[in-house]
Structure formats: structure tokens, C-alpha cells
Design a protein around this ligand. Structure first.
Ligand code: NDP
Length: 294
């Protein structure tokens, strides 16, 4: 290098192909399921419960069932009408808890207003808690002893590991503090020795906090909220948010503007979504193995 060569080289942002990575992980899961069935055991089975007819939820459930069948797992669906009472949902969950042929239970969110998501989460047997929302499951995550972990955070960790992003000592900033994404991903990052800052709607000067992040996780649901100048050059940007704008899926990060600024970025399509479904399969398989000792 000559002394006149002082310009920083432009950043070539790597864009995750979440579907390709998901297919790679699902290939390993399929091999595990094949070994189980070849040994004469039944395949793992996931029960999905949908209350109401939200089209997005229906489509998510279809994707989850397709993914199950592609790795050789079974799934059963329970589609309940919008007016279903909380007691009826709890009675169904009781039956699924008691059914030895069911290994994982997922109740699709959002639920109609007469049903409390917290009550439903507590009703699921922690041994079958594929979505990892039971307080026992999240308590174990806090204690560092969890096996079943929320699917989206597990998917994010798999992406970071895929790119060999250094976590130890890194500053991770998580925007969003939901039970399903923000809190568990913060704990997982902290367990891997990152220094984690959790942000939310009352955080002061969010842009300045984000600018300090080696790893930036955006789980908000505000389209294109994170601007290019919020991103530290070269940062790993995990965009979890999914919003629909003019019929197009948009993330929490201004994706186009982040190109050339982020080191790694996940797109809103074929990004974290396929990895989330993959981790649901992983949790179902793990729940099966733990219950059946297989
Ligand atoms: P929630 O609505 O439960 O949580 C959103 C969080 O964002 C809250 O903690 C809220 O703060 C925070 N927030 C809202 N507005 C701002 C703001 N202006 N500045 C800073 N923080 C803000 O959402 P989820 O965690 O369930 O989901 C987040 C997004 O991720 C959604 O778009 C969802 O669709 C998507 N998602 C995608 C998945 C995937 O597989 N790709 C899976 C799960 C979710 P406060 O607590 O103060 O209200």
C-alpha cells in the first residue's frame, strides 16, 4: 500500500439468502427424522392451532405445515372460528397436551380479543412448547438452561453463526422488547458474551444508540425506520420487522440505503422468516426426542 492510498475501501454488503440457509439446516433435520423413522419410530408431530381467519396467519400456518412435511414430520391443524371462547381454546390445548402423538404445539398469534395470549401460552405443556412462550420455557432461557427457545431469536443466532460474526465482546443493540423476539434475542446474545443494549419506544436518541452497534437487531414493525446513518459501517444488521407497504413486504431497515453501509444484512423476503420456521421444526424435533428418549 502507498502512503497516498488513504481512502477506505467501499463495503460490499452481504445479503443473506435465508431460504438457502434454511434449506441447509432443514436438510440436517430431515436426516435426523429419517434416522428416527428408519429405526421404527413414528415421526415427530406438530399441532398448529389457528383461531379466526386472518389471511396472513393462514398463510404462515400453511408454510409451517409444508416445512414439516418436507423434513418428514407430521402436522395436524385445528382451525377454530373467530368467535371461539378462551375456554374452548384451553380445552383443545388440554387435549393436545394429553395426546401422546403430539410433540409440539403452536398457537398462531395474533388471537382474537376475547382470548389472552398469556393465558394460552401458560396452558401449553412446557414439554411441547414449540413456540417457547410458556413462562417456564422463558424462565429457563433466563437461567441459561433452555433447550426450547423462541424460533425467531434462534434463527437470528443461526444467521450470525453462519457468517461467523464475532459475538464475544461485540456491542449488540436490539430494538424491540417483545417476549417473542426482543427479550429472548437479547438473552441469547448476552449468553454468547455480547454486550447488549435493549431499546424500545421510549429510548432516547435511538439513532445514536444504534450507531454504536456491531450487531443491530431490529424487531419493531415500523417500515424502514432504521436509516443508513443509524448503521455503524460494517455492522451485522438483522432485520426482523415485516410490514406491508403498497402491497410490498418491507422491513424495519431501509434496505436499499443500508447497502454499502452494513457488512451483512437480512432482507425482508427470504431473510429471517424461513429461519424462524426452520427453528420451529428444530424445536418440535427436540421436544419429541426429549419426550420419547429417542
Ligand atoms: P411487538 O409489537 O410485540 O414489539 C415491538 C417492539 O418495538 C416493542 O418493544 C416496542 O416498544 C418497540 N417499538 C415500537 N415503536 C418503536 C419506535 N418508534 N422506536 C423504538 N422501538 C419501538 O412486535 P414483535 O416483536 O412481535 O414483532 C416485531 C416485528 O417483527 C413485527 O414487524 C413482526 O411482524 C416481525 N416478526 C417477524 C418474524 C419473522 O419470522 N420474520 C417473527 C416475529 C415477528 P415498547 O415495548 O416500548 O412498546
Amino acid at each position: 500500500m502507498t502512503t497516498s492510498d488513504t481512502t477506505a475501501s467501499p463495503i460490499q454488503t452481504q445479503v443473506l439468502d435465508g431460504l438457502a440457509l434454511a434449506n441447509e439446516v432443514r436438510g440436517h433435520l430431515a436426516e435426523s427424522v429419517a434416522k428416527i423413522t428408519q429405526a421404527g419410530h413414528r415421526p415427530p408431530c406438530l399441532a398448529v392451532v389457528l383461531v379466526g381467519d386472518d389471511p396472513a396467519s393462514r398463510s404462515y400456518i400453511k408454510g409451517k405445515q409444508r416445512a414439516c412435511s418436507r423434513v418428514g414430520m407430521e402436522s395436524v391443524e385445528h382451525m377454530l372460528p373467530e368467535a371461539t371462547s378462551q375456554d374452548e381454546v384451553l380445552a383443545l390445548i388440554d387435549r393436545l397436551n394429553a395426546d401422546d402423538g403430539i410433540d409440539g404445539i403452536l398457537v398462531q398469534l395474533p388471537l382474537p380479543k376475547q382470548i389472552s395470549p398469556a393465558v394460552v401460552a401458560e396452558a401449553v405443556d412446557p414439554a411441547k412448547d414449540a413456540d417457547a412462550l410458556h413462562p417456564t420455557t422463558s424462565g429457563r432461557l433466563m437461567a441459561g438452561t433452555a433447550e426450547l427457545v423462541s424460533c425467531t431469536p434462534l434463527g437470528i443466532m443461526a444467521v450470525l453463526d453462519h457468517y461467523e460474526v464475532p459475538l464475544e465482546g461485540a456491542h449488540a443493540v436490539v430494538i424491540g422488547r417483545s417476549n417473542i423476539v426482543g427479550k429472548p434475542i437479547s438473552l441469547l446474545l448476552q449468553q454468547r458474551n455480547a454486550t447488549v443494549t435493549m431499546c424500545h419506544s421510549r429510548t432516547r436518541d435511538l439513532a445514536a444508540v444504534c450507531r454504536e452497534a456491531d450487531i443491530l437487531v431490529a424487531a419493531v414493525g415500523q417500515p424502514r425506520m432504521v436509516q443508513a446513518d443509524w448503521i455503524k459501517p460494517g455492522a451485522a444488521v438483522m432485520d426482523v420487522g415485516v410490514s406491508e407497504v403498497d402491497g410490498k413486504l418491507v422491513g424495519d431497515v431501509d434496505f436499499d440505503a443500508a447497502m454499502g453501509r452494513a457488512g451483512i444484512i437480512t432482507p425482508s423476503r427470504r431473510g429471517i422468516g424461513p429461519m424462524t420456521i426452520t427453528m420451529l421444526l428444530r424445536n418440535t424435533l427436540l421436544a419429541y426426542r426429549n419426550r420419547k428418549n429417542v
